[in-house]
Design a protein around this ligand. Structure first.
Ligand code: PMP
Length: 363
């Protein structure tokens, strides 16, 4: 029985089986007498790991052959710069849907490199946040790209539909740092998807980019080479030394996902975990969530205690019960339970039981 459940938003908990395997082969990997992090990225053993990881990811997400998969450095924020550098000219326009802290930050960074415009934002109605549907706003056909964040990690807002321009010709760029691999996707809806690894993929230090090949080779002249998508695609993400350990561990996570039954199965489990928590919140007059039902994140469940003077005692007692890292982001306060793929249903259930008990004692 697991006795600690880690609800950290990222770096976040990884599957127990994956951590176990990494531990077993840490100092003697493939009987080579060394660790995977001590071998050349250009040697056959590592190249095999790298290629297998890409092929498993392609299978999991059904990535079409006219898309490249890049294993890059620089986390999610690195891509905030890389995207405009690679696919927008200095005088070109990127349009943004802003729904929370991370899409705000992406637009602010893009502004350094191209013209930007916020065309829609999340809104509040009767105390609940939601995202206006596309009949209220349109993507300009002249935009170099349209950017949004599919899951706002801090605000707990997830968007399950994909925006598109009327013609369908404006590339849709999605920051999926906190919900990639949590459900199946139709990759062709997107020109480019990126994600920092440290939630649903593996350790920090790696970011994944899935990009339609026709967007490669459009980079600005001053794009740093390590951020040049075309160059990275040509060199199999080995223009320079990649984050090899993170890449290896991501590969183990992809194998684990396949063994769990793939992304449809993950979507089912993630829905179940999040429903357990949201039902508890909604049933009580003690907790509150401020996101409209259809935009509630299945990865980051945010909630507040109606009596916020109880926050410290909630967190302390949760920790005593093995439920750790539940404190909300400092900018919004309250609580946040991050329940990525690796969180078992029993973890969500343990939190629900604790919330019930805490309410009974303090309500
Ligand atoms: N986008 C989203 C949705 C995130 O959750 C985060 C990190 N929490 C980032 C971007 C930034 O990632 P990094 O810290 O890897 O730059």
């Amino acid at each position: 029985m697991q006795n600690t459940f880690n609800f950290s938003a990222g770096p976040a908990m990884l599957p127990a089986e994956v951590m176990q395997q990494a531990q077993e082969e840490l100092i003697n990997w493939q009987d080579l007498g060394t660790s995977v992090m001590e071998v050349s990225h250009r040697g056959k053993p590592f190249i095999e790991v790298a290629e297998q990881a890409e092929s498993d990811l392609r299978e999991l997400l059904s990535i079409p052959s006219d898309y490249s998969v890049l294993f890059m450095h620089g986390g999610g924020r690195g891509q905030f710069s890389a995207v405009p550098l690679n696919i927008a000219g200095q005088n070109e326009l990127s349009q943004h849907l802003v729904t929370g802290q991370w899409s705000v930050a992406a637009e602010e960074e893009a502004r350094r490199f191209c013209q930007t415009q916020i065309i829609a934002t999340s809104k509040e109605h009767e105390g609940k946040m939601y995202v206006p549907k596309q009949d209220e706003w349109t993507i300009a056909e002249e935009s170099a790209y349209f950017h949004y964040c599919t899951n706002e990690t801090v605000d707990g807002i997830e968007i399950d539909w994909v925006p598109r321009s009327t013609s369908g010709n404006v590339p849709v760029v999605a920051d999926m740092s906190s919900n990639i691999l949590s459900k199946p996707l139709n990759i062709e809806d997107y020109g480019l998807i990126y994600a920092g690894a440290q939630k649903n993929i593996g350790p920090s230090g790696l970011s994944l980019v899935i990009v339609r090949n026709e967007l490669l080779g459009k980079e600005r002249r001053d794009t740093p080479s390590i951020f040049n998508y075309g160059l990275q695609a040509k060199s199999g993400s080995m223009y320079n030394t990649p984050p090899t350990f993170s890449w290896y561990l991501a590969g183990l996570v992809f194998k684990w996902l396949k063994a769990q039954g793939g992304l449809s199965k993950m979507a089912e489990t993630n829905l179940q975990k999040s429903q357990l928590l949201y039902s508890r919140i909604d049933e009580s007059g003690f907790y509150n969530n401020n996101v409209r039902q259809d935009y509630r994140s299945k990865m980051n469940v945010t909630f507040k205690l109606r009596d916020e003077s109880l926050n410290d005692s909630f967190l302390k007692q949760a920790e005593e019960n093995g439920l750790v890292a539940l404190k909300g982001h400092r900018s919004v306060g309250g609580m946040r339970a991050s329940i990525y793929n690796a969180m078992p249903i029993s973890g969500a259930q343990a939190l629900v039981d604790f919330m019930k008990e805490f309410e009974r004692k303090n309500g």
